[in-house]
Design a protein around this ligand. Sequence first.
Ligand code: 5GP
Ligand code: ZN
Length: 114
Amino acid sequence: MSDCLFCKMVAGEIKPDVVYEDDAVLAFRDINPQAPVHVLVIPKQHISTINDIQDEQAELIGRLYLGAKSVAEQEGIAAHGYRTVMNCNAAAGQTVFHIHLHLLGGRNLSWPPG
Ligand code: 5GP
Ligand code: ZN
């Protein structure tokens, strides 16, 4: 997707603050952090929303969580606790249409979210 911001990051055309990368996923710091640790974990393959995930991408979605787990360990928040969130479409506040797992931590998080 040539007009997708996150695909441009995967392609190296835009360089975010990368904290983790493997063959399937890329993780980088959110530009507008909502917590001391706010990292976005994205699949390298373009998927617009949760609604677009295909059965054959099930392993890739699992890889997002394994990436988040690695980042949480690396950032020192794994034992204390953190939250992962993936927004889907406008009512949930999705603004970038390349799926991304928000990893939030480093402070106590209230529930339910707004
Ligand atoms: P959404 O609202 O779609 O769930 O989350 C999109 C996230 O992407 C937001 O938290 C926003 O701050 C972040 N974001 C938007 N543009 C950029 C950018 O250019 N670089 C980085 N690192 N994060 C971005
Ligand atoms: Zn994309």
